[in-house]
Every structure is written in structure tokens, then in C-alpha cells.
Design a protein around this ligand. Structure first.
Ligand SMILES: Cc1cc2nc3c(=O)[nH]c(=O)nc-3n(C[C@H](O)[C@H](O)[C@H](O)COP(=O)(O)O)c2cc1C
Ligand SMILES: Nc1ncnc2c1ncn2[C@@H]1O[C@H](COP(=O)(O)OP(=O)(O)O)[C@@H](O)[C@H]1O
Length: 360
């Protein structure tokens, strides 16, 4: 079990029955991206703002000033590790939110515990009834459950959301089934299949966000996520060429499973993160290139950012780079001089985009 903690707040990350915080109010799902639809599913198990209301501090409940022995229930997200698709295909899967990022997002929503159920032969062979009894009732001492309408569980995904509701009712556990969310512009709604583009189902989903990112449609991806798609990484050394053309770039080492958007150049907002300081990081604007750098015969994919009007040493620092807009695909230039001229233009366009974004 891990306790990932930052700025004094923490989320328990448990992967076995040992050390679980129980009893629990459980949101069940894969939750890759923790997008607007996921947030709706998680809401009913949160202490603040959800339908679920219990004591606001562990162990003790005050009721009209008197202490009662009502047990504190932990708002918990239960997910699977590895991603079931990775287990069945044997292929590593890239993620919108690798574990650290998912924990950070869940914490910011008010989730207290993340349980990673090891998705293996044994778990995948449980019948829906066994899953409820062994995992939810016995291990998690679950008091309430929230799931999305399309949730499937148990052997061969044979259990539906309705099945979970029926089985859980036998154990007196209420189940909230959250309708699938679609995006219509202002806020997510529950109407079915309203398309923002003629060819796409606008239901908020991890795969729709991945498609948008693959096409460089960052604005749509960000709307569906409810926040900017962000690359978190440590700054490592590159070929030290950037400084020679007047555009030093901080090269990010990203989690290997992080899903990367379309290769090319982006307008971005950058934050330097510190593990120790409680001071909110300040924003620096910049341009990012994601790609193989064909002009310098690059052999591997890199993500590198040039910060506007900034100088200093970033090696070893952790950066959060929020993608704002895709500007152009990566190209092979005839010379470094030609690349430099293009990067100057990229900076002008990025500054305009970011300035316009700041005004709206
Ligand atoms: C805004 C921007 C746009 C870029 N566009 C391209 C490009 O189109 N083609 C390319 O080969 N490299 C591109 N690069 C990557 C440069 O080749 C790279 O920054 C340079 O080689 C310095 O690399 P270094 O950090 O390893 O020193 C771009 C970099 C930036 C910051
Ligand atoms: N405005 C800036 N944007 C990005 N990095 C900068 C900037 N000014 C200084 N640096 C520093 O320069 C380094 C990048 O210089 P560069 O010549 O591209 O070397 P490298 O190939 O190692 O990335 C960054 O890692 C950072 O420490």
C-alpha cells in the first residue's frame, strides 16, 4: 500500500485488502482521464457536494453537539490495475492519466482512497455475485456504490449496471447509476448522443478524448476533460542544440505510459512544480514541440518546451505543461537556420493564441 501525499493532503492507494480504509462509499470504473463524465460518477460518493453525507472527520460524528458511534465511511474510487484491456491483449496501454496524475486528480475532487484491484485471471473469473460478495461486501465493507450506466463487471463482462443494483440490493447497498454524459457546449448534459461533429458521438469518453488528442483537437479534448490536457515531466538534458539557435528547450521525461497527442508544435502554459513549497506555481507561457526532430536526425520522440521571456536552469525540475492549441505538424527543415526562422514564427502565433485565450 502506498500513501501518495503532497501539500499535506493525501489519498490512500491500496492494492490489497491489507490496510484498506473501511467502510467505504465506492465509485467503480476505470476512470482513465478523470474526465467530466467520470467526475459525475465520483460525485455521489464524495462527502462534500454529493448525495452522500456522513461525518466530516474520521471516527467521530457530532450530532447536535453529541458524539455518536456512527462509523466514518471513506469516499473511495475502485479501479483495476492493469487496465483490463492491457490484461486481455497483453499489449501495454497508454493512459491519459498515469497513476500519479490520477491520484492527484482524484485528491483534488475530494476522494480519500484509491483501491487498485489487481486485474488478473482470478479477478476476471469472478461471477458478478462473487465480485459483489468477495470484493465489495467482504473486503471493502461497501455502504454505497456509484457507477456509470455502461459499467460492466464480472466474468466476461457479464454483469450490467442494473445487475449490480439488483445484487447489491440483497446486501442493502444502494447503487447510483449515473446516465452517460454528453457535451453540448456549456456544460455536460444527460441527453443521449448529441454530436458536436457530424462523424463523432459526443458522449464524453476516454476514447473520444484520445481521438481528439490524436487529431490535435486540443480545445475539444480540454472541454471534455474539464481541464487542460497536461504533460507532467522532469527536465532532462537533450543535445544542447536549442541554445545555439536562440531557443533553449526544456526536454521532458514523461511517464512511459503517458498518452501523447498528435506530433507537432503547441501553444502551452507551463508551471514549475515543487514537492516542498506550498506556494502556488506561477504560469509561464511557451511553445512545445512533440516529435522526433527530423531536422537534426532525431531518433526518438521527445517533448520539449521553450519558455517565453525566461532564462535560468530547469534541469531536474518538474514541469506541468498544459496544452492549449495545436499550431502545426512537425517538419524536416533543410537547415537549423530554416528551423530557427520557423520557430520565431511559431512563437508569434503562440503568443497571439495565448493572449486571446487569456482575454476570453
Ligand atoms: C517551437 C518549436 C518547434 C519545433 N519544430 C520542429 C520541427 O518542425 N522540426 C524539427 O525537426 N524540430 C523541431 N523542433 C525541435 C528542434 O529540432 C529542437 O528543439 C532542437 O533540435 C534543440 O534540441 P535540444 O533541446 O536537444 O538541444 C522544434 C522545437 C520548438 C521549440
Ligand atoms: N527560456 C527557456 N526555455 C526553456 N529552457 C530554458 C530557457 N532558458 C534557459 N533554459 C535552460 O536551458 C535548457 C535547454 O537548453 P538546450 O540548449 O535546449 O539544452 P538541452 O538540449 O539539454 O535541452 C533547459 O533545460 C533549461 O535548463
Amino acid at each position: 500500500m502506498l500513501n501518495l501525499s503532497q501539500n499535506g493532503c493525501s489519498v490512500w492507494v491500496a492494492s490489497s485488502s491489507e490496510g484498506l480504509l473501511t467502510p467505504t462509499a465506492v465509485a467503480l470504473g476505470k476512470f482513465d482521464g478523470v474526465h467530466l463524465g467520470h467526475q459525475r460518477v465520483i460525485q455521489p460518493v464524495l462527502h462534500a457536494g454529493g448525495q452522500f453525507s456522513v461525518a466530516s472527520s474520521p471516527q467521530l460524528t457530532t450530532n447536535n453537539g453529541q458524539l455518536t458511534n456512527q462509523e466514518y465511511t471513506y469516499s473511495t474510487v475502485v479501479t483495476f490495475d492493469p487496465h483490463p484491456q492491457e490484461f486481455f491483449t497483453g499489449q501495454p496501454r497508454t493512459l491519459l492519466t498515469p497513476l500519479d496524475e490520477k491520484v492527484q486528480q482524484l485528491r483534488s475532487l475530494g476522494v480519500e482512497q484509491l483501491v487498485l484491484l489487481p486485474f488478473d485471471k482470478e479477478l476476471s473469473a469472478l461471477t458478478p455475485e462473487e465480485f459483489v460478495e468477495k470484493i465489495l461486501v467482504q473486503q471493502l465493507r461497501c455502504q454505497r456504490i456509484s457507477i456509470g450506466q455502461d459499467f460492466c463487471f464480472g466474468e466476461k463482462r457479464s454483469g450490467t449496471a442494473k445487475d449490480l443494483q439488483l445484487i447489491a440490493a440483497k446486501h442493502n447497498i444502494p447503487v447510483t447509476i449515473v446516465p452517460l454524459q454528453t457535451y453540448t457546449g456549456d456544460s455536460p448534459t444527460q441527453s443521449s448522443c448529441v454530436s458536436t461533429t457530424p462523424t463523432q458521438d459526443a458522449r464524453i469518453s476516454t476514447s473520444l478524448i484520445r481521438q481528439n488528442l490524436e487529431h490535435g483537437d486540443i480545445e475539444n479534448a480540454n472541454l471534455l476533460l474539464g481541464r487542460p490536457y497536461t504533460l507532467f515531466g522532469i527536465v532532462v538534458q537533450g543535445q544542447q542544440l536549442g541554445r545555439t539557435i536562440g531557443f533553449p528547450t526544456a526536454n521532458l521525461q514523461l511517464p512511459k505510459e503517458k498518452f501523447l497527442p498528435r506530433q507537432g508544435v503547441y501553444a502551452v502554459r507551463v508551471f514549475t512544480l515543487s514537492e516542498t513549497s506550498d506556494v502556488a506555481p506561477s504560469e509561464i507561457l511557451g511553445v512545445m514541440n512533440i516529435g522526433n526532430r527530423p531536422t537534426v536526425n532525431g531518433t526518438y520522440s521527445s517533448a520539449e518546451v521553450h519558455l517565453f521571456d525566461w532564462s535560468g536552469d530547469l534541469y531536474g525540475k518538474k514541469l506541468a505543461v498544459e496544452l492549449v492549441k495545436f499550431l502545426r505538424p512537425e517538419q524536416k527543415f533543410a537547415s537549423l537556420e530554416a528551423l530557427k526562422t520557423q520557430i520565431q514564427l511559431d512563437c508569434i502565433v503562440a503568443k497571439e493564441v495565448l493572449r486571446a485565450g487569456a482575454k476570453s
